[in-house]
Write a protein that binds this ligand. Structure first.
Ligand SMILES: [Zn+2]
Length: 342
């Protein structure tokens, strides 16, 4: 079988060939890493290219989902050297066979800006990671059986090789979601009863989920009952309770709210906090409306009273009677004036 590189790689940024294990043809196991610094795959690739220690990884996935390849799959990368005390005995057979685990492993780095690798993968990063891992599993036949320690038979974290100095590599990488995704043949992410055509995810109520929100739903073991209530829309303010988020796109689901902003990409919004804030606002405005309504009633009463003119000390009925009498007298004067003088 010819060794080919994955089609979903966005950019090749190869480290010097002499930094690699040329022609090693690794493929016994896949090792997952996180960078503990940086956000961009290209920044990490530049670090590897210039690293005097010659560290490298086959792939790096940035927080924006970009996949950069630094070492061809035909060669070994420099990410998994040297087991430490307490390493997982899974590696013993491969150590005996290859000496250096870099000769038999394929490695994927994921950018995480925090030193303890505690930042969740972004939706785009997770989608890229799962797709790449799936392709490698199909290509190399890695055993994805759960290993009883939260990882898989042939897909391991760096911490299984270096449990002391790399105890937090790959930190909070979403192993169980990857397992579910792989067990479902890469389609398990489609919630039961929903339909996905590769671009558009349609919920049982007919509402569609696309782009980054679709990636997020597919990568997060989405509850099939968590339907979208309406299509996504753009908004000037993602959350009234957190104005600093600014503008973006939003899609509201029965139990959740997904947001997208230029600076954060797709993220799970705090809909409980937003709901509490909005309810508080409703109460505040309801109290204001109630106050306004009583003021309006009072003003109406004052206005009605003002429409009946009253002059102090004068009886309006008597004035009317007097006016009638004057009118009658006027009529008599008119009649008298009309009589011929004889
Ligand atoms: Zn690592």
């Amino acid at each position: 079988m010819a060794i080919i590189d994955p089609p979903m790689v966005n950019k090749l940024m190869l480290v010097p060939e002499q930094n690699t294990f040329i022609g090693a043809q690794p493929g016994s196991a896949l090792v997952i890493h996180k960078t503990a610094s940086g956000t961009s795959a290209e920044d990490i690739a530049n670090f590897f290219i210039n690293d005097p220690a010659k560290a490298s990884s086959h792939f790096i996935i940035g927080q924006d989902g970009e996949i950069v390849q630094c070492v061809h799959l035909v060669d070994g990368a420099g990410a998994n050297c040297c087991v430490e005390t307490g390493y997982n005995p899974y590696w013993n057979t491969l150590l005996q066979q290859f000496g250096n685990l870099n000769r038999c492993t394929i490695s994927i780095e994921h950018c995480d800006p925090t030193s303890d690798n505690s930042t969740p993968l972004t939706a785009a990063q997770q989608a890229s990671s799962f797709k790449l891992v799936k392709w490698l599993v199909d290509q190399y036949g890695f055993d994805i059986t759960p290993d009883g320690h939260g990882q898989m038979a042939d897909i391991k974290g760096h911490n299984t090789i270096d449990p002391i100095n790399r105890a937090r590599c790959p930190g909070n990488y979403p192993w169980s979601e990857l397992q579910t995704y792989l067990q479902g043949g890469g389609t398990m992410g489609v919630p039961t009863g929903w339909h996905d055509d590769g671009t558009t995810l349609t919920a049982p109520n007919g509402v569609k989920v696309v782009h980054g929100f679709r990636d997020y739903v597919l990568a997060h073991n989405w509850d099939p009952a968590n339907w979208p209530l309406a299509a996504e829309f753009s908004t000037g303010q993602l959350e009234a309770s957190n104005a600093s988020l600014g503008s973006g796109s939003q899609q509201v689901f029965r139990y959740a709210m997904l947001g997208w902003s230029q600076s954060r990409g797709v993220f799970f919004e705090w809909c409980g906090q937003e709901l509490a804030y909005c309810r508080q606002q409703v109460q505040k405005y309801a109290a204001q409306i109630s106050l306004d309504t009583s003021q309006i009633a009072q003003l109406k009463a004052e206005l009605a009273a003002a429409q009946t003119p009253a002059v102090q000390g004068v009886d309006a009925t008597k004035v009317a009677d007097r006016l009638t009498a004057i009118g009658l007298l006027g009529k008599q004067v008119e009649q008298l004036a009309a009589q011929p003088i004889s």
